[in-house]
Design a protein. Structure first.
Length: 137
């Protein structure tokens, strides 16, 4: 924290594609990143008595940029996975999500069957995603 206070600016990395947490708007003719996470960033900077600089970058570069001291912290709706915890420290969670399924009133849903279908699709998507990552790396 002393290093950030000495330079007078908190540099926050994000990928501004995750409304309402971080997203771009045009304000006074300028592109500005706003959203819940940016409000948190502003509160942290204010508490430290420093200016706030937001760096909008790709999601995949956030952890490398943090490790290379290009940014001071990440606010980007990032989940603390075991793999990520191996290389960076996470704060306590500040937002809890409970996803639900919306259907028309009166619609009958076979929840056990639906759960099996969803689980199958998630496993398939995860395997496909990991396969694509291996191709990239």
């Amino acid at each position: 924290m002393k290093k950030i206070q000495d330079k007078g600016t908190l540099v926050v990395g994000t990928e501004a594609e995750f409304a309402p947490f971080e997203f771009p708007i045009i304000k006074n003719g300028q592109k500005v990143i706003t959203g819940y996470d940016m409000y948190i960033a502003k509160a942290i900077a204010d508490d430290m008595g420093v200016k706030l600089k937001i760096v909008n970058t790709t999601f995949s570069s956030l952890i490398p940029d943090l490790k290379e001291n290009k940014i001071d912290l990440v606010l980007a709706g990032m989940t603390a996975t075991p793999e990520r915890r191996k290389s960076v420290a996470f704060s306590n969670g500040y937002y809890k999500v409970e996803n639900g399924l919306l259907v028309q009133k009166g619609m009958q849903i076979n929840m056990p069957k639906l759960a099996i279908l969803i689980r199958h699709r998630l496993v398939y998507n995860n395997l496909h995603y990991n396969k694509q990552l291996r191709k990239v790396n």
